[in-house]
Write a protein that binds this ligand. Sequence first.
Ligand code: SAM
Length: 358
Amino acid sequence: MFDVEERLTLDERSAVDFVLGLRKRWADTVYPALRDEYGATGEPATTVADAGQVLRGLPLYPWFSHLERVQQKMLWKIAGDAVLSRREELAEQLATLPEQPAGSLGLDPALELPDWYTDYDIHIQPGSFFSDDMSAYVYEFGARIVMLRDNDGYKFHTLFAQTALPQLPAATRVVDIGCGFGKSTRPLVGRYPTAQVIGVDLAAPGLRLAHAEAEAAGLAIDYRQADGRATGIEAGSCDVVTGTMVLHEMPADAIRETIEEAARLLKPGGSLRFLEFMLTGDPLRDATIQEHAERNNEPFFHDLFGSDLVAVCTGAGLTDVSWTPFDERRNGLQPRGWGDRAEWHFPWAVLAATKPEA
Ligand SMILES: C[S@@+](CC[C@H](N)C(=O)[O-])C[C@H]1O[C@@H](n2cnc3c(N)ncnc32)[C@H](O)[C@@H]1O
């Protein structure tokens, strides 16, 4: 398969590099400078709300907040134009599958997408991720820049698979809930070579791209269109149920129902692992994360942060529940915390739990 990025014109390449540079500058330089201004006020806040109030009075704040939103909008415009101008080639590529596929694609045209899913252009991506086949290509391209190129070659997701998921040489089935275009699912094949790997998502466009890419790479993955709250997969059949960056896109009830579904799917002794965002405990950093949710059209961050997922897991019958920070720049899972990262970063953390033996 060809990658849109391999075929960019010089103008397109310059535009991509510009927005990537802007994003890096915002995270690596503007945020630390904002922090310095905050420190110089001599008013260290103890709550996120108080930190937010001080933050909004800082001279750099208008630049910080404007750059955060504007670079995201630029990103989608550049990625969208690059993809849509190659629509025919890309549609043909999506439809080109091997005669003997290694995996499968099960779409469900009757699946009703929940209103909370279709009502928002999540991440400000125009039309979101479900509306058109090209939206998956746009999202794939845009996500590389959002991840500051730290996920090229699925590096971030491979780190998650290697450092946060248990080693199980005889696993028979693992499921990735909210698999998108498959960047979280593909590393599971290497991690669990004996297992059936299943990716579940609401969005048909993402699943079509995930399937085409897996087949092109010769990876046996079964992709299914379903709601993570009711996957239709047999109860007690999975060694690991995972999901990356999906819970924060759902309202609180749906987060709880997804965890309950994951618990239902697990075999006794099986492991749940969700990579998500979590507040860091640093009031200024957490105030900027709450604001990121507003500026990036992420309406359910608040539901995630307001949910006690340890209690939800326990209520679903799981044990050994914990949150552990995850740092993509420092080799994955970080049992001792995020450390002293100076730049603005997504506060990744892994929710882990176990289904007790019967
Ligand atoms: C930010 S993307 C993450 C995709 C992938 N896991 C990754 O790490 O790149 C979130 C994905 O979750 C999917 N999603 C959101 N709510 C879902 C639900 N209730 N059931 C299944 N998928 C869902 C979206 O369609 C989207 O593909």
